[in-house]
Design a protein around this ligand. Structure first.
Ligand SMILES: [Zn+2]
Length: 434
């Protein structure tokens, strides 16, 4: 009989072929196929599978859950695994047995005569009630970085990315996932080349700036911060939107004057520092929702837009494993903290308003002390010919001031949604790596 442990070893190898180093590894006990037959608990509520003969490692599967998740071809579409029946109706078991065909499975016969078969592999993968940590954690590599990335930043060549074989395009997307950014060198300094790379990845998001947007520092007819000579503090783009941009393209195609170094910061790295330093700060930043201004000028139709803000994001978005998967931060655009945010902070800390406000500002101050710490900042001069792509859900970006008075800097940008570029990466992986 095939051992469950072996099958999970081979899955780990498969992952490591795609992903050289897994930061959040799959945490799985080394289990063997059950040597003790599954039992039904005394109140007929669930099947208990013992993963070791000593019964020291077990998982429970409740009957309504088993009926709901029957994998048979009557219950599920074979292509998309979508449910074809209402599987919530009746979950009364008539019998539980082990087929003697060595398939390594548990069979449940239901009162209406329907039979469901669950392989041990499937049961182990989907275990939700057990006495060991079996839950898969994040399996895709993320490399947290600091200023030392300047010695070897992820870089690719425009000519390679535009090749038909898609190998370099996939490498670009995987770099983006791993580091949150990639520089594309030898990009002819024109908006059209940036657009061409965008279209190779997927649909370009059409927001009220249009598909492509343009920015001209030194154009004194516009008063927006991005057009001036002063520095722009590290931030995420378009924080005043419910639908915030995913992948951010930025291409400087004309540059005169001194200064204007670009800044990139890995917010996942900062989040890990906040967590180490003070868990209360981390909780406040991941549970208190702040709001950002959503007034923009320079739109494609020249109209000032101000949408309906309904999402109220927290600074860190944390997934179900407690890992930060998204940041939303813009010091320039943050609106006054309101009564709802204060109430959330009071609830997080179980404290009064005075203490909540004090701690909330301490948390923000600490996070910003990291943001401005050169230790975590990758600083470089983005010159014409280098296209920058960065994950707006992960990296903060900004730029230095013109150091010798107002210079000239023409840049363009575009956005591709997070789902769009993730899907392209997974599609290319399935085509090119499997
Ligand atoms: Zn079924």
């Amino acid at each position: 009989m095939r051992s469950a442990m072996l099958s999970f070893v081979s899955r780990a190898v498969l992952l490591s072929k795609h992903v050289p180093r897994v930061i959040y590894p799959v945490q799985r006990a080394a289990l063997t196929i059950p040597t003790v037959a599954p039992t039904v608990d005394k109140k007929d509520r669930c099947v208990v599978v013992n993963w070791s003969s000593e019964k020291s490692e077990w998982s429970k599967y409740h009957f309504p859950w088993l009926r709901d998740n029957c994998q048979c071809s009557l219950c599920r579409d074979s292509n998309f695994s979508q449910r074809l029946l209402n599987t919530l109706e009746d979950a009364t078991p008539a019998d539980v047995r082990i087929p003697d065909d060595e398939s390594g499975s548990v069979e449940v016969e239901w009162a209406d005569g329907h039979c469901s078969q669950f392989s041990y592999d499937w049961l182990l993968t989907n275990s939700y009630c057990h006495n060991k940590v079996l839950t898969p954690k994040r399996t895709r590599e993320v490399t947290l970085w600091d200023s030392s990335i300047k010695d070897n930043p992820p870089k690719m060549k425009y000519g390679d990315i535009m090749q038909d074989d898609n190998q370099s395009l996939l490498a670009l997307l995987r770099n983006l996932y791993q580091y949150g950014f990639t520089l594309v060198e030898d990009t002819p300094p024109r908006p059209e080349t940036m657009e061409a790379v965008g279209k190779r990845i997927g649909a370009i998001s059409n927001n009220f700036f249009g598909a492509l947007w343009f920015m001209e520092a030194g154009n004194m007819t516009v008063t927006h911060m991005s057009y001036g000579e002063k520095k722009i503090a590290p931030h995420n783009d378009m924080m005043g939107f419910n639908d915030t941009p995913g992948l951010f393209f930025f291409h400087v195609y004309e540059l005169e004057g001194e200064g204007t170094d670009s800044l990139l910061i890995d917010s996942f790295r900062l989040a890990s520092e906040v967590k180490k330093h003070n868990m209360e700060y981390f909780d406040l930043l991941s549970k208190v929702s702040l709001t950002y201004t959503n007034k923009y000028s320079e739109t494609r139709d020249g109209v000032l837009h101000n949408g309906i803000y309904e999402e109220y994001p927290t600074t860190f978005t944390v997934d179900r494993n407690g890992e930060v998967v998204k940041i939303r931060l813009s010091q320039a655009d943050r609106k006054p903290m309101d009564s709802i945010a204060l109430a959330q902070a009071m609830k997080v800390l179980s404290c009064d308003a005075d203490e909540a406000m004090d701690k909330m500002y301490k948390a923000l101050r600490y996070l910003h002390s990291l943001i401005y710490d050169p230790k975590y900042m990758y600083k470089f001069r983005l010159k014409p010919g280098t296209l920058m792509l960065c994950d707006n859900h992960r990296l903060l970006h900004g730029r230095d001031e013109f150091t010798k008075g107002m210079g000239r800097r023409k840049a363009c940008g575009l956005y591709v949604s997070q789902d769009e570029w993730h899907a392209k990466m997974k599609l290319l992986e399935s085509e090119l790596l499997d």
